[in-house]
Design a protein around this ligand. Sequence first.
Ligand SMILES: [Zn+2]
Length: 128
Amino acid sequence: MVSLKSELRFTVTSGIECWASLELNGWFNLMPEIIFLPKEKLYPRFGYALPLEQVAYVRKDLPGPVREFVTFHELYHLNDTSRWWVWREVKANVAAALKHPLGFIICVIMSLAPYRLKYYWKRLNSKA
Ligand SMILES: [Zn+2]
């Protein structure tokens, strides 16, 4: 998932002085970890991402296609540096929907449940 492209450059400037410039793409990126948790641990969420820790949590009780959609969605968050949370959600949803369209559709239908709508309402009002 995480590409670890590295480039090592050494430049010798004199016989005594030597410096090395080390460029490591993804040096600070840890391998992402996906943890599937029971519904009670994440409710009312379907998933949750901690970019600094490179950990994605996903509810394991979700139907297969939805679990795949949510997993992709949360993994997308791990490498997204956008600041505005609404934009982060739009991007993660579009990326995951393109990859898992059936999971997206079922997820939208499941999200019409009152507890999910209440969750979105709370979220919009607390961060808008
Ligand atoms: Zn999200």
